[in-house]
Design a protein. Sequence first.
Length: 68
Amino acid sequence: MATYPASSSREFLEDSQIWANLKMAIASSSGFQSWQMERQQVDDRYQDTSLDYRVQRYLRETLETLAY
């Protein structure tokens, strides 16, 4: 069984807080709002998914578009 140094839990907490703040900033952006409205028109159940899932999907699709 692996053991982790005490700093790992602190770093995990900091990472979680950073992700939470970043997620909220992305969710309030106009780009995300527009993207979300498009998704809701296609699938009403989309709003029932978690904000975490929606933000991750938005980021993935945005990066795929930029890479294309």
